[in-house]
Every structure is written in structure tokens, then in C-alpha cells.
Design a protein around this ligand. Structure first.
Ligand SMILES: Nc1nc2c(ncn2[C@@H]2O[C@H](COP(=O)(O)OP(=O)(O)O)[C@@H](O)[C@H]2O)c(=O)[nH]1
Ligand SMILES: [Mg+2]
Length: 631
């Protein structure tokens, strides 16, 4: 059965609670104090079944709100999840301050549908009723409640006059309400928490999206506590599951009422984060004072409220009636998602000053959010929203889990909406990360430039090390490898071991440098372990000291030569031979001392000690007392 949430709105004593009672038979004033004082303090609930024009049954859940200006924050907790509003205006009083404020709130929350009810029609004569009707029509002109498309019904809860007309208007408007997104992940903003005898902890709320099933595990946001759903009630009756748009009560296991409160949200475990920064588009009411950058305001969304600091993008202040993009720094983190509506109230004195829509609840710190990309993030096109979210993370890309946390859309929806982009390769998948193709191109370019710059600065070095390159372009290992592999396949770079160079580049040596390099190498290759002193070798070259040093660096980097102590350099082949010799010893003995080592290699003590220490470091041998154990 289709269910629709109907909220009341309007000034105190204009007959909201009486109207709900006349329609449903239920007194929504449930608190003892409310009954005693005859005023609504907190939100109350009632329900009614009606036949739609096509005779299908409709379930209407009423959220009755307080009209008193002191309880607007309670009103805000109730109005967040409504589908349609009953704007109640008493015929004997007309438009009053909270008529305006509640109406403003409905518009700022982008409530799409409603009915205006002129209550207490019995208390005025026909002429007065007509005057009030004209005044109200004027007031509503151009709004979502404009009388050209939205009914204005005169009624009396006392005599029952107009009630049939109101019921049929309700059935008509409720039929037009579109279904909520039950494919999205579940979110239940909590509006009441209590204990029920024999049940334990119960919370209620309007399920704004998704579904909640019995036995499901949920997470409480922002505290992170885990709960199990022991039972589900929908509109007061036990159910297996609750669906988006339904008034929902959950009996929760593993949590006490002290750990729950209005303003917290229940959602699937391990899925979302509670951000404390959100990017928004905001509108200021014409009646508000200018809103300055860095002002503090009260921020209300669904049932939660907190204090927020406003950081305007590209402006020092917003004029009354104006619009702006801003980032809010929330005093308390809250589970909120793009598309959510919010209300702003002045810090002091507390009056409603504006509201708007959340564009991004996972703003990136580095790239200052730009108006245009912010707008895309709130557009209706899910594919371009996802592409924008992936693209703005450039070559870091975004995982499916990240995209789910940012949007509230489950994995299968995201995969479905990105299928085309993956197929035409505007988005590519690398490991579990999705990356925008242009970002890969850009990374490729920056890899290329980095190597180019490196070659220019280090003409005598074979190439840049992979780690240095990855560090410079600031990419994750997986993305970096993918890009390097691709560039190598396209012959745009050459990978040799841990080094990368551009094709045909690497070492640009002049003749005498190349010759010097050969001479050095030869000097060490031919001397085995009885190496000459490095400075003697270098002194015999044609090139100057600086260039000789560079050539040495290159030989060491290429591991043609190996430095084992400050002034001892060996050719790689001599060391390899030594290692083999030592390993071969193992079949006859497990130990070797310095004397034996000298015999074996023919080197003096001056070389034997550093060589043995080198072998220790290389784990060919291990020193035990004066001897070495061969490993
Ligand atoms: N004459 C008349 N009085 C009404 C009608 N509806 C409500 N009232 C009275 O108006 C007062 C305020 O009504 P209530 O429903 O509590 O107003 P709320 O503050 O908007 O919820 C109560 O004393 C009601 O008895 C009506 O249709 N006709
Ligand atoms: Mg009331």
C-alpha cells in the first residue's frame, strides 16, 4: 500500500492538532503537559487510510507540529521527512508570524505539494472567509501552494464542514506524490527514542530512503554503535520490513535508550562516514540580515540540529534574498548526503534565515570546490555525478565503497550507471579503483615530463628510480604501475630493473666521458679483489674531477661497481665470484677465519676485513667471535 507522510504547518492555535484529530480520530498531543496546557510542544503522530481516486487504498501518516515560535526546532525535526504539507490558517486570524515562518521552511526544504486549509470556518461569516481566502491566495502566489494548482479548503473541525472536500483533496494530492528511493541505502533519522515494556529500546522515524529488514545490523550515526533490528513496525503494525517513505518503528537489540537520541541516524553498518564539512548551495530569506562569511548559524537537517560555521565560496557575505555556495563546518558530525535539504536559523536571536541543499558531503580539501562542479554533484544525472566524483579525485580515482559512502547509492546501482563509461573507457578500472581516463592521460604526461626533467638535470645517469618518479608524480603504486606499463608498451619509456628512462636517452656522454667510463670499469674488472685505489684510477683520466665523480656515481648506480667501504670499490663480477667461492667452501667446512680468508682470496688484511664485513651484511657469512659461520 502506498504511504505518504503529511505534515501540518501553521501558527499556534490555528487548529492543526484539532484538524488531525477530526481527520484521523487520533489526538497527536501525546505528552501530559501538552494535554494540560492545550498546546503542542513536540511533534505528534496519527494515521488514516483513504481510497485514492483509482480506488486503491492510500495510507496517510500525519506528523503534527507545534506552532509556537519557541518550538520551531521541534517543528523542524518533524517536517524534514514529509511528502506533503497541510498549511493551516485560521479563518478568524489570517496570516500570522509562524504561518510565514513555517511556509518559508516548507519552501526552503523544497516540499513539493500541499493543501492550504482555512480552519475554524465556523467562527467567521461567509464574507470574512472570502476576504481571508483572497489574502491567502495573494500570500501563496507563485509558490508551490499557488491556488492555480494547489487546493485551498475551508473547513471546521468543530462542525465537520469542508472535511469531505479536504479528504478528497488529500487523496488527490497524495496520489501525485512520487515514491521514495527504496533502491538507495537505508537512512532512518531518529525522531523518538523510548522503552516499551516487554520490548526494550524502540526508535521511530520516517524512513527517508532504502529498506530496513528484521534482523538487520545497523550503525548509529554519528556514534558508530552497532545495533540489531529485533522487530519492525510500520504505521503501528508489525512488519517484516520498512520501505522508504514509511513511518517506521524499530525495536533494537544491543543498545539502551541512553545511547540514542533524536537527530541520530540509523543506516547500514560500515557504509557511511559522518562528515563535519559539507558543501552546500544556500538561499537567504528576504527577511534575513546579510549572512557574513564565518558567521555561526544553527543547522537543521531531518531530525538533527547542530551549530555550523559558514565559509562562503568567493564572497564576503550573502545579501537578503540572495544565494551562495558555501562550506559548512559542523560542530557535530552528522550523516548527511548530497541532495539533503537543510534549514538555517540565526545564531541569536534564533529565527529562520534560510536553507538550501547539500551538494557534497565529502568535500576534498585540496581542490577548492568550484561552483560548476558543485552544481553537477547535485544534478539529477547519476552517471555525470559519478563521473564528476571520480574525475575530481584525479589519478587517485575512487573505489566503489567510497562512491557509495559519498552518494548513498549501493554498489549495483553505481556499477549499472557507470557501465557505459567503463565500456567507452572514459572511466577505467585499475584494481578496485575507478579512474577518469583524462586523469590517466595527465598522469602519463607528468610521468614523461618528470623523466625528461630528470634526464636534463642528470645527463650522466641512466634513469630515474621508480620510487623517486612515483613520489614526484604522487600516485598510488597500482595506478603508477598501470601507467608506466602502458607507456612502456607504447615505447614512450624504457624500464630497466628499478630505473626508468626515455627511449634513446639516459646517458648522453661525450667521447672522453665514455672512454673514461670504460677505463674505470676495466681497471676494476681486471684487478679482481686486489683493487687499485679509487683516487689513483680517477687521477689517470682525461676528464676533470667533477665529471669523473659523476661517472663513478653512474657506475655505482648501475651496480657495475660496488662500494663496500669509504675507499674500497670492487667490480660486481669480482664480488660475485667471491660469493660463489665462499658458498663452495660450505661442503668442506662451515667456518672460516681471517687467515683462511686471506689464503683463499690472496688479499691482504687491509682488504680482508672490509670484505668479510661486506659478506656479513650480505648475509653470506655471520661473525661469531673471531670466525665467520658460512650461511
Ligand atoms: N471554533 C473552532 N475552534 C476550533 C477549531 N479547530 C480548533 N479550534 C480550537 O482552537 C484552539 C486551538 O486548536 P489546536 O488544534 O490546539 O491548534 P494548534 O495549536 O494549531 O494545534 C482549541 O481551543 C480548539 O478547540 C474549529 O474548527 N472551530
Ligand atoms: Mg497543536
Amino acid at each position: 500500500m502506498k504511504s505518504v507522510i503529511v505534515g501540518t504547518a501553521g501558527h499556534i492555535d490555528h487548529g492543526k492538532t484539532s484538524l488531525v484529530k477530526a481527520l484521523t480520530g487520533i489526538d497527536a498531543d501525546r505528552l501530559e503537559e501538552e494535554k494540560r496546557r492545550g498546546i503542542t510542544i513536540d511533534i505528534g503522530f496519527a494515521h488514516l487510510e483513504l481510497a485514492a481516486p483509482n480506488r486503491e487504498p492510500l495510507r496517510l501518516a500525519f506528523v503534527d507540529v507545534p506552532g509556537h515560535e519557541r518550538f520551531v526546532r521541534n517543528m523542524l525535526a518533524g517536517v524534514g521527512g514529509i511528502d506533503l504539507v497541510l498549511l493551516v490558517i485560521a479563518a478568524d486570524e489570517g496570516i500570522k508570524p509562524q504561518t510565514r515562518e513555517h511556509f518559508d521552511i516548507c519552501r526552503l526544504l523544497s516540499v513539493q505539494r500541499g493543501i492550504t486549509v482555512l480552519t475554524k470556518s465556523d467562527a467567521v461569516d461567509a464574507e470574512t472567509l472570502e476576504v481571508v481566502r483572497l489574502e491567502v491566495e495573494d500570500f501563496l502566489r507563485g509558490s508551490f501552494l499557488d491556488s492555480s494548482h494547489s487546493p485551498i479548503v475551508a473547513a471546521s473541525s468543530l462542525t465537520g464542514a469542508g472535511m469531505d472536500e479536504l479528504r478528497s483533496a488529500l487523496a488527490n494530492v497524495a496520489t501525485e506524490v512520487p515514491a521514495r528511493d527504496s533502491a538507495a541505502l537505508a537512512r532512518l533519522p531518529i525522531d523518538r527514542v523510548f522503552t516499551m515494556k516487554g520490548f526494550g529500546t524502540v526508535v521511530t522515524g520516517t524512513l527517508v530512503s532504502g529498506m530496513i529488514q528484521k534482523e538487520e545490523e545497523l550503525e548509529v550515526f554519528p556514534t558508530g554503535k552497532r545495533v540489531r533490528v529485533r522487530g519492525v513496525q510500520v504505521h503501528g503494525a508489525a512488519a517484516e520490513q520498512a520501505i522508504a517513505g514509511q513511518r517506521t518503528a524499530l525495536n533494537l537489540a544491543a543498545i539502551s535508550t541512553e545511547d540514542l537520541a533524536r537527530g541520530m541516524t540509523l543506516a547500514p553498518a560500515n557504509t557511511f562516514r559522518s562528515p563535519s564539512r559539507v558543501d552546500v548551495s544556500l538561499s537567504l530569506l528576504p527577511s534575513a540580515n546579510p549572512l557574513k562569511d564565518r558567521a555561526r548559524v544553527h543547522f537543521h537537517a531531518y531530525t538533527m540540529e547542530t551549530v555550523a560555521e559558514v565559509r562562503l565560496y568567493g564572497a564576503k557575505q550573502v545579501a537578503p534574498g540572495g544565494k551562495a555556495h558555501a562550506q559548512f563546518r559542523l560542530a557535530e558530525p552528522t550523516l548527511i548526503l548530497p541532495g539533503d535539504r537543510f534549514i538555517l536559523r540565526q545564531f541569536s536571536p534564533v529565527v529562520t534565515i534560510g536553507g538550501g541543499i547539500v551538494l557534497d558531503a565529502a568535500p576534498l580539501r585540496k581542490t577548492a570546490a568550484q561552483g560548476a562542479s558543485l552544481e553537477v554533484l547535485s544534478s539529477g544525472n547519476t552517471t555525470s555525478i559519478l563521473e564528476t566524483r571520480i574525475a575530481r579525485r584525479r589519478h587517485d580515482g575512487a573505489s566503489l565503497a567510497q562512491l557509495t559512502a559519498e552518494t548513498g547509492w549501493p554498489k549495483r546501482v553505481i556499477e549499472r550507471d557507470l557501465a557505459k563509461s567503463l565500456e567507452n573507457r572514459s572511466i577505467v578500472r585499475i584494481g578496485d579503483v575507478l579512474v577518469h581516463s583524462p586523469a590517466i592521460e595527465a598522469l602519463g604526461l607528468s610521468v614523461h615530463t618528470t623523466i625528461e626533467v630528470f634526464h636534463k638535470k642528470n645527463p650522466l645517469v641512466a634513469g630515474i628510480s621508480k620510487e623517486e618518479l612515483r613520489d614526484t608524480v604522487n600516485a598510488s603504486p597500482a595506478i603508477f604501475s598501470a601507467v608506466v606499463e602502458r607507456l612502456a608498451r607504447e615505447n614512450k619509456l624504457v624500464v630497466t630493473g628499478e630505473f626508468i628512462h626515455l627511449p634513446g636517452r639516459g646517458i648522453v656522454m661525450k667521447d672522453e666521458e665514455a672512454e673514461s667510463k670504460k677505463i674505470i670499469e676495466q681497471a676494476f674488472a681486471s684487478s679482481g679483489l686486489k683493487v687499485p685505489a679509487l683516487k689513483d684510477v680517477l687521477a689517470g683520466l682525461k676528464v676533470d674531477k667533477v665529471r669523473a665523480q659523476k661517472i663513478m656515481t653512474l657506475l655505482l648506480r648501475e651496480r657495475v661497481l660496488v662500494k663496500i667501504s669509504d675507499d674500497l670499490v670492487f667490480h660486481q663480477s669480482a664480488l660475485t665470484e667471491l660469493r660463489l667461492k665462499i658458498s663452495a667452501l660450505k661442503s668442506t667446512t662451515s667456518r672460516i677465519d681471517v687467515a683462511r680468508f686471506k689464503d683463499l682470496t690472496g688479499v691482504s688484511r687491509k682488504y680482508a676485513i672490509p670484505l668479510l664485513e661486506y659478506l656479513d651484511r650480505e648475509r653470506v657469512t655471520r661473525r661469531v667471535g673471531d670466525e665467520r659461520v658460512i650461511l
